[in-house]
Every structure is written in C-alpha cells, then in structure tokens.
Design a protein around this ligand. Structure first.
Ligand code: MEV
Length: 403
C-alpha cells in the first residue's frame, strides 16, 4: 500500500516502527486533520493570544492572533492601545473581487472583436452556472482582453462575496475556458487559473497626537524611519516583516490563506518599480499620521474555516457576524499596530529591551527543569537583564544549588 493510502494511525505506526517518537494525539482530532491535508501524521500547535481593544471605525474588536513569535501579540496590543487613545483608526475595504487569468493560443484568423462581443454572453452563462455565488452577492463582473503575438490574455474579475474564493474562481475560469477554446480563431487553451495579483485592497489610516507616543521628537524619528523605508530596501523589507508579524497571526487565527496575502504584498510593495515599505508615517502639526494599504484576499466562510473548530472559536471571539470587509479592516489595523509598536521601539529604546524580556520565556522553555525552577530562572533573567541561553543555564544551576 502507498503511504497516502494508509490511515493516519497506520502512518504513525510506520514512523514509530522506525524509532521515531511521536507526541500523543486524540484520534478524533487526528481524523479531522486528515480531512484537511494529505499524508497526515500529527498536528502543530500554536498559541492563540488576544488583542482585546482594537478600535476600528468606531467599533471595538477582540482579535485572536496565532503566532509562535514572542513580542508580536504584546506589540499589537501596544499599538492598539495607542490607537484607542486617539479615537481608533478609519479603515476601508474595497472588495471588488479577484482577478483570474485565462491564456489562449490563437490561430492566424483570430478576430479580437468577435471574441470581445461574446463577453457579456459568457459572463451571463457563468453567472447562471454559478448561481449560488450570485445569490450571495458575488459572480463574474468583467472580462478584459489583450493580445501579444499568438497569445490571448484574458483577465476575469470575479467577486467571491464573503469567501476567499480561490476554488470558486478556478472553477469559473475553467468553465469559461472550455467554452472559449471551442470558438473560431482559438487553437488551444494554455491555462486558466486565479491570479494572486494584489486585489481586495484594504486601507487603514490613523492620526495620533504626538503626546500619546512620547512627543514630537519621537514622531519625527518615526517619520524619518518611514521615509528611509521608501527608498532603502534593507529597511523596507524589515518594516514589512513587522507588519506581517501581526497580519499573519490574524490570518492564521481566522483560517485564511497567508501565502496568498504574502505573495500579493510582495507585488504591492514593488509597484513603484522600487520595493518599498507598505506603510507610511508622517508628521502633520501636532499629529503623527500613519497609513497602510494591504491586498487582503480573505474570507469568513468556505475553505477550511467551517471545518476547523479551533478557527470557529476565534470567529466567536471576533463576533460571529463579522463580515469579510470588517475582518479585512481588523487585520490591516493589526498590521499597522504592530508596525507602530516596532517603529516606536526602534526609534527610542531599541527593540531588544522589551523583546528580550519576552524572549526569555523561550530560553526558559528550552531548559529541562520543573515548572517552579523555570519560574525562578525567568525572574532571575529579568532581574539581572541577562537574556541568553547560557545565562538561563547559569541561573538554573544557582537555583538548584540553593535548593
Ligand atoms: C521583528 O519581528 C520585527 C521588527 O524587526 C520590525 C521592524 O523593524 O519594523 C521589529
């Protein structure tokens, strides 16, 4: 039998036979996970932390974040609290839809206008075939065409309503491509697939009184840092990593496709021809203003969301009725909050001060010690401001000598 044909228990038994020690997993969970992916043998756990006070468009949200990186949830909270003191952020999601691509090969007698006149009819046929999507407010909105030598590039805009929509868009594209390849002037279909080009854009803006972030001098330093990120790629990519710290954590917690967002962010950050920071901060009078636009092809239904009870729990925390546009607003705000906290730290004390305090929990987790010993070592690391694995080992020895 092939590996993929085995049950998850049989796969685990095979690994155990090879001498690999596996963590225990409850059979029901194992079987649920086996429905989501292939060749499943176990699970990976992530802590879910909360931002309890994110004020977006006048509404307060509790935002779950799933991340293993210490400081990320603390940073999001720090940023969120500053936003809250300043009346929160304004955010807007322009959910036009996703672009799909159909690429056809033409014959020498291909007539572009003949194909173009069929677009309204093709859209109607697709929307009839995928009527359930139309019922939820989505559907095919537009088809555009350009030609390069013998290749015909079709861009199909599909509104996936409240879902992320990758599967639906791909089905629609294949439906349209099959119809198109039978038309006169078309030699063959090359491919039909969703494009991850930036779409479903969300913009968030905030205006902070400088006295809520440590004064005008700090605001000016943040603005300067932000300016550096517009031209210096080394800073820009790190700035964007800080934004993605929060965005990823919220995407993972809500069962969304973080890979699609990452890929689209790379394109958006390079859109001027120069890779740049996705966020901008500038001083205006007594205010530090920040803004961030992100491509957030996300959903609140469909995909694995309904199938995963851990994800469903996070939606209950967010408020069950959250719309996809609202969730996009929340996620972009978390990105800007993480960005602000990072900029504040690096333009004042430096990142390590707060960071290492939280990182020390990782150092302690690596020790083979009792919970009580670990707590004492954690205290000693913080008291002495020594944040290294060697220091953790040294303090453990001290604790044990005293016992
Ligand atoms: C670390 O995970 C993220 C930061 O480096 C982001 C930044 O420098 O803006 C702190």
């Amino acid at each position: 039998m092939k590996f993929y044909q085995l049950t998850p228990e049989e796969r685990r038994a095979l690994l155990t036979k090879q001498g690999i020690k596996l963590d225990a997993i409850d059979p029901a969970t194992l079987h649920q996970l086996d429905q989501l992916s292939e060749n499943v043998v176990g699970q990976l756990r992530l802590p879910v932390g909360l931002v309890p006070n994110l004020l977006v468009n006048g509404q307060r949200y509790w935002v779950p974040m799933a991340t293993e990186e210490p400081s990320v949830v603390a940073a999001a909270n720090h940023g969120a609290n500053i936003f809250s003191k300043n009346g929160g952020v304004t955010a807007q999601s322009d959910r036009q839809g996703l672009d799909g691509q159909i690429i056809l090969q033409s014959t020498s007698d291909f007539e572009p206008t003949a194909l173009r006149t069929l677009f309204p009819q093709l859209i109607e046929q697709a929307n009839h075939e995928f009527a359930s999507l139309v019922k939820y407010g989505g559907g095919v909105k537009r088809i555009e065409m350009r030609q390069k030598a013998e290749l015909i590039y079709l861009k199909v805009l599909v509104d996936p309503a409240e879902a992320m929509g990758a599967n639906k868009v791909n089905s629609i594209l294949e439906f349209l491509a099959i119809k198109m390849e039978k038309l006169p002037g078309i030699k063959a279909k090359l491919f039909a697939i969703l494009s991850n080009y930036p779409s479903q854009l969300t913009t968030v803006r905030v205006k902070l009184m400088v006295n809520t972030i440590g004064g005008l001098a700090v605001a000016n330093r943040i603005a300067l840092l932000s300016k550096i990120g517009q031209t210096d790629v080394y800073r820009a990519v790190t700035n964007n990593k800080g934004i993605m710290n929060g965005v990823h954590a919220a995407l993972i917690a809500t069962g969304n496709d973080s890979r699609a967002v990452d890929a689209a962010c790379g394109v958006l950050a390079s859109q001027s021809g120069q890779y740049a920071s996705l966020s901008k901060w500038y001083v205006q009078g007594d205010n530090l203003c920040g803004e961030l636009t992100l491509p957030l092809a996300i959903g609140t239904v469909g995909g694995s969301i309904t199938a995963r009870s851990d994800v469903r729990q996070n939606y209950r925390i967010l408020g069950k009725k959250i719309t996809t546009a609202e969730l996009a607003n929340v996620i972009a705000t978390i990105g800007l909050a993480n960005n602000l906290a990072a900029l504040l730290a690096i333009s004042t004390d430096g990142i390590q001060k707060g960071h290492m305090k939280l990182q020390s929990r990782n150092l302690v987790a690596n020790l083979s010690a009792t919970t009580q010993e670990k707590e004492q070592v954690l205290q000693l690391l913080t008291q002495n401001r020594e944040y290294s694995q060697a220091a953790a080992v040294k303090f453990l020895q001290q604790v044990r000598e005293k016992e």
